[in-house]
Design a protein around this ligand. Structure first.
Ligand SMILES: Cc1ncc(COP(=O)(O)O)c(C=O)c1O
Length: 445
């Protein structure tokens, strides 16, 4: 550095060198958007657990525990159930890039932004896309999907369970059987639904699924739990090419086209998570701790109890919003229980309301994308955030904020209607734990 030049004068200096950057101290927020949501404090504690070497037997034991925990969350016996490091789309990419060889036909039924994301990823994998589209706010009948399979003859069907952009959930219980009839591999993006909606992977004959932590699992973004069955393993292993430098003795490469990504190569990831523990990436240990705690928390509550809590909270929130005179978005018969779309009333600026909710009440709610931009708010009630007091806070805050913006909702109507839903549920199930928080932290054996 030349004479007279100070670090602080350099154009890229951002205060780090002059000590102006203080300790992290984010404002307290309640994240009630479509994800990420406020993290469960138990997951935050797990994140601060000391690291271990990735081949330390104590660490590989944690890896095995994680595989077991997510098998239970996914209701599957799939041996290959593990974490892909990265946000939810890392899991999507790992499955699609490993499954789809260039030229493979893939059918994507699109009912929101994340269907378009699946198309985009398939195209980057060299797949030949066929898509069908449902109007945003609706989903597909199984017959529509079967007709499209007959027409396009895909090798793979890729679909979301819940598309947070529209808040709609696609029923999947019949889709697996349809795919088997036509010898199609079924991949499901359950990023926004795992832990919040039923997804019995084996019973519904789903071949591969991926998810994320930052929604109903109450964790931070950055790890993607995936599961896939033997049909997928066979396709992936036919493309297996282990990188030079770690090839084990006797290694024979597969005949298929090499998987185009090294990081997302499921064949190599199986070797890493399996008994051979063949070196690949360095496992994101802190995220593994978080993912382990996320799954443990859901299973301690119980899957059915967790799904019921999301359904009840959805009823309370939607009851409150309609009592305030607001209109819900989309086909309510297929609404996701963990996100609620609500139309922004005429004459109200949606972004101003979001800003005031954040500034005055510390509550974050979401807007949406594409055709829904500026038309709806999305309110998330997922995982740790899916609690009675949050619903009541949010409704009260929204009522006050709308009043600030010139729109008068009947005073107290939203909170009262939500309370009525909770009281009715407590009467119909007396003695059961409050629909609020897990009753126990102990995982059943
Ligand atoms: C249905 C769905 N799929 C995929 C994603 C992408 O997840 P990420 O941002 O963690 O990569 C999201 C995120 O909101 C989602 O809701």
């Amino acid at each position: 550095m030349g004479p007279g030049l100070r670090l602080a004068d350099l154009p890229w200096d951002d205060g780090a060198m002059t000590g102006e950057i203080g300790e992290l101290n984010p404002p307290p927020r309640l994240l009630m958007g479509p994800g990420p949501i406020t993290c469960d404090p138990r997951v935050l504690r797990a994140l601060s657990t000391q690291l271990l070497g990735q081949f330390d037997p104590a660490f590989t034991a944690y890896m095995n525990e994680v595989m077991g925990l997510y098998r239970r969350l996914y209701q599957t016996e799939n041996r290959w159930t593990f974490l892909v490091d990265g946000t939810a789309r890392a899991g999507i990419e790992a499955i699609l890039v490993s499954l789809i060889s260039p030229g493979d036909r893939v059918l994507v039924p699109i009912f929101g932004r994340f269907g378009h994301l699946l198309c985009e990823i398939v195209q980057r994998c060299g797949g030949a896309i066929s898509s069908i589209e449902a109007e945003w706010g609706t989903v597909f009948a199984p017959e529509q999907i079967e007709a499209a399979i007959r027409q396009h003859r895909p090798r793979v069907l890729a679909i979301c369970q819940g598309d947070t952009s529209t808040t709609m959930a696609q029923p999947l219980d019949e889709i697996g059987a349809i795919c088997r009839r036509h010898d199609v591999i079924l991949y499901v993006d359950a990023t926004a639904t795992l832990g919040g909606m039923d997804l019995p992977v084996d019973r519904w004959q789903i071949d591969a699924v991926s998810a994320g932590l930052q929604k109903c699992l109450s964790g931070p973004p950055g790890s993607s739990p995936i599961t896939f069955n033997q049909r997928v393993v066979d396709i992936v292993n036919a493309r297996k090419h282990v990188e030079a430098g770690i090839r084990p003795a006797g290694y024979v490469a597969g005949n298929g086209v090499p998987i185009q990504s090294n990081y997302f190569d499921l064949a190599m990831l199986m070797d890493y998570w399996g008994e051979s523990r063949l070196n690949h990436h360095t496992e994101a240990a802190s995220m593994l701790y978080a993912a382990r705690e996320c799954a443990r928390i859901v299973l301690a509550e119980g899957l059915d109890a967790c799904f019921a809590r999301h359904r009840l909270t959805s009823q309370a929130l939607t009851g409150g919003l309609t009592a305030m005179g607001l209109t819900l978005f989309g086909d309510q018969a297929h609404k996701m229980p963990n996100v609620t779309g609500v139309l922004i009333p005429g004459g109200v600026d949606g972004e101003t309301v979001r800003r005031l909710m954040l500034e005055d009440f510390g509550i974050e709610i979401g807007s949406s994308f594409g055709p829904l931009k500026g038309r709806i708010w999305r309110i998330g009630t997922m995982g740790y955030v899916c609690r009675k007091e949050n619903v009541l806070h949010c409704l009260g805050a929204l009522e006050a904020t709308l009043r600030q913006c010139g729109l008068r909702a009947p005073p107290g109507a939203g909170v009262d209607a939500a309370l009525t839903v909770y009281r009715a549920a407590a009467v119909s199930a007396p003695g059961s734990p409050p629909a609020n928080a897990p009753a126990t932290d102990r995982m059943p054996a």
